[in-house]
Design a protein around this ligand. Sequence first.
Ligand SMILES: Cc1cc2nc3c(=O)[nH]c(=O)nc-3n(C[C@H](O)[C@H](O)[C@H](O)COP(=O)(O)OP(=O)(O)OC[C@H]3O[C@@H](n4cnc5c(N)ncnc54)[C@H](O)[C@@H]3O)c2cc1C
Length: 357
Amino acid sequence: MEKQSREVIILGAGLAGLTLAYQLKKQGINALILESRNRIGGRIHTIEQDGATLELGATWFADKHVNLLSLLDELGIDKFDQAYGKIGVYELAHGEKQLFELPQQPEATYRVKGGTSAIIESLASKLDKDQIALNQKVELVSFDGDAFQISTNNNSFKSSFLVSTLPPNLTVSQIQFKPALPDYLIELAQKTHTWMGESIKVGFFSPTPFWMEKGIGTVYSQRGPITELYDHSNENGFALKGFIHDGFVTLPKDERERAVRQQLSNLFGEENIAKGTYTDTAWKEEKDTYANYPQFVVPHQNNGNSQLRKGIFNDRMLLAGSETAPSFPGYMDGAVEAAISTSKKIIDLLSTEKVLL
Ligand SMILES: Cc1cc2nc3c(=O)[nH]c(=O)nc-3n(C[C@H](O)[C@H](O)[C@H](O)COP(=O)(O)OP(=O)(O)OC[C@H]3O[C@@H](n4cnc5c(N)ncnc54)[C@H](O)[C@@H]3O)c2cc1C
């Protein structure tokens, strides 16, 4: 076991963790990010096939998401409009299909050019290679009043400041703290919903845009398994993307695929669907995103609660994932806002009290 020391250690290489490390780096602080998965991005995960991309996690944003938009601007990443098509399909519970003219969207919805993971890759490229450690599942954090000892599945680390960007319910359920975290925080975090944690994203790469050829860009269904489906093509290739009922999490992936292909065949013809590639992510099965709650929580419950932004262990530890943000908590914009405000807090703390390892 090798012990590495850093002034600031960040748990999680999702949008919040990477944005925080980037902000700190601009101020001359080289934080270390510990990430449990073998990839960066967390709830942002773009996959690619022959130039087409599919978002298995976050996709959309709008003009109101000013924190995200200014980060995109700073990183030189472009956006483009989500295409909804002219015609929508409404599938009724008994299978009847109704076509309708789609009304003008009340506000523009954007996607990231190159896929949402372009933000993640760009942020990572601004950091030194040794600032991100993958496959480091944090299991135990001890604080002796002066420094944190952080134990992962295969290593141990030491820092003066610690920031967890894990969804709050994961921070308190997956990591053991010594001494224990304050009771108010444990109780609150267990009642803080992890946004989209129950969702199942499905994607379908296709050699042809058979839906757009008919002007169809959007499908809503009462019948399922797909409830909503959207065009997800880009300038290089064609894809459809949507959500299925979260109850399908109990089915094995190949059965989910069979059910989705069946529905798509009913909608668009088997000859079109047979040629495409199916993929899905059931986020509830992702142990690094979702943990069961001790009691029922409703979507967005306690997202943005100000108590989540309180300093812990004499202000040496902070939470900074998307769910902690005051505006748009749970969303990408919230992750960026939480990261930026946390970087300011850390810089203030470091300038008032020079903490030495
Ligand atoms: C299906 C889906 C669709 C979405 N759609 C949208 C959308 O259209 N628009 C939008 O704005 N937002 C959307 N979101 C939400 C958006 O993805 C999140 O707000 C944002 O990505 C959260 O970033 P984060 O860094 O706060 O958390 P996360 O991305 O969850 O990052 C936390 C990181 O911590 C790591 N980690 C977990 N446990 C440990 C451990 N023990 N030790 C070390 N590391 C650990 C994880 O692997 C992860 O990388 C969607 C999310 C999902 C799942």
